[in-house]
Write a protein that binds this ligand. Structure first.
Ligand code: ADP
Ligand code: ASP
Ligand code: MG
Length: 405
């Protein structure tokens, strides 16, 4: 008998037929005598629909109320999944994140899991139930409902697998596994049989939304090996695990394109110590995750000034603008501009550590495609560039052809 945590994403529970399909799959595991914890997302489109409703009212809705609103999406699915399992003759009980013992900090819309007390889950499993847990949500010590950031059901599943010491953690989605690039953009992308945590981290952090970034961080930290696979067929998926030496033979494991970033440029920032610290501390205090930062010093009219650009999630742009505008006068920033028409294109692979000339080859391919590079950042195993959004997909295909074939 194994304890299995399975997560089904939005498309996999996208309508009642799909939910019945999930119930059928779960019932198979129960028949084998396994204990199953099922984590579900909101039905596809539901979270986006709720966000849209709030935005019809205001650009900057209260984050506490957004969590209250968005948590309802997953709550619908857990109940429907339990009802579908009952209809299939399988005892099942649904739990909200809070009922499952998921305790988070109080950073609404991006809360971090602080601890999980899975006593209720164990109790219900031991009583012979499939336990269905609402993904993406938790509760603070003080009882406030929180959510874990977009795609956060992945994190719920992986954190529960760690807390329950599950034998198996499976992430069921609408693709067969992790591919060398998003198969919707690159038709020649290949499914990977395995990928290292660090590679999955870099891809997830660069727009490959197949796994939520923080869920992969969590998996790496707590050594949760998991499999990404399809809920619509029986094909083996991709195992995400610790790096092995054989993985270093491949230079570029995957390519990703992040279309959800915006670039903010602050022109004419006085070049004095402490200015950047003030700006980025204020952004950090507002829970805005800044990704790339580039600074150029110039001497306009004799006084050294800098132009400072950074990228952040498009969804954080209204908040970032407000934070910067509050500082603009005090810090003497001449002008602030935001550009939402950017794409961040990244190539990732642990083999980059031991191979040279990778950046040169990437920039050559982009030059050949007539793509201008606006920003560059690198890590040991990743090279990212910011480019014009309109050229993102074709540039991604060109890089895939050059590095992976
Ligand atoms: P779920 O709703 O199951 O959480 P998501 O939509 O969040 O599913 O993630 C699955 C999607 O991720 C796929 O449909 C695919 O378009 C996209 N994707 C992006 N990059 C990759 C990749 N490298 N491999 C597989 N899928 C990817
Ligand atoms: N429903 C949430 C979202 O759409 C969480 C998830 O699907 O993982 O982001
Ligand atoms: Mg997802």
């Amino acid at each position: 008998m194994a304890l299995i945590v399975q997560k089904y994403g939005g498309t996999s529970v996208g309508n009642t037929e799909r939910i019945k399909n999930v119930a059928r799959r779960v019932a198979e595991f129960c028949k084998r005598g396994d204990q199953v914890v099922v984590v579900v997302s909101a039905m596809s489109g539901v979270t986006d629909g709720l966000i849209k409703l709030a935005r019809e009212i205001t650009d900057l809705p209260s984050e506490r109320e957004m969590d209250m609103l968005l948590a309802t999406g997953e709550q619908q699915t857990i109940a429907l999944t339990a009802i579908a399992l009952h209809a299939a003759g399988v005892p099942a009980v649904s739990l909200t994140g809070a009922q499952a013992g998921i305790v988070t900090d109080g950073v609404h819309t991006k809360a971090k899991i602080q601890n999980i007390t899975p006593a209720a889950v164990h109790r219900m499993l031991d009583a012979g139930n499939v336990v269905i847990v609402a993904g993406f949500q938790g509760q603070t010590e003080a009882g406030q409902i929180t959510t874990l950031g977009r795609g956060g059901s992945d994190l719920t599943a992986i954190a529960l697998a760690a807390a329950l010491k599950a034998d198996l953690c499976q992430i069921y989605t609408d693709v067969d596994g992790v591919y060398t690039a998003d198969p919707r953009i690159v038709p020649t992308a290949k499914k990977l049989s395995e990928i290292a945590y660090d590679e999955m981290l870099e891809l997830a952090g660069s727009g490959a939304k197949v796994m939520q970034l923080r869920s992969v961080e969590f998996a790496k930290k707590f050594k949760v090996v998991f499999e990404v696979r399809s809920s619509l067929n029986e094909n083996p998926g991709t195992i995400v695990k610790e790096e092995t030496t054989s993985m270093e033979g491949v230079v570029v494991r995957g390519i990703s394109l992040d279309k959800n970033q915006a670039k903010v440029t602050l022109f004419g920032v006085p070049d004095q110590p402490g200015r950047a610290a003030r700006i980025f501390r204020a952004l950090g205090d507002a829970a805005i995750n800044v990704d790339m930062i580039v600074q150029n010093v110039s001497h306009a009219g004799g006084k050294p000034v800098t132009d400072l650009s950074f990228t952040a999630d498009k969804s954080d742009l209204p908040k970032a603008r407000r934070v910067i505008e509050e500082l603009q006068k005090e810090l003497g920033i001449r002008e602030v501009q935001a550009d939402e028409n950017i794409g961040k294109l990244s190539i990732v692979g642990v083999g980059m550590r031991s191979h040279s000339g990778v950046a040169a080859k990437m920039f050559d391919v982009l030059a050949r495609e007539g793509v201008n590079i606006e920003m560059i950042s690198t890590s040991e195993i990743k090279i990212s560039v910011v480019i014009d959004l309109a050229k993102g997909e074709s540039a991604m295909r060109a890089l895939h052809e050059a590095f992976i074939g």
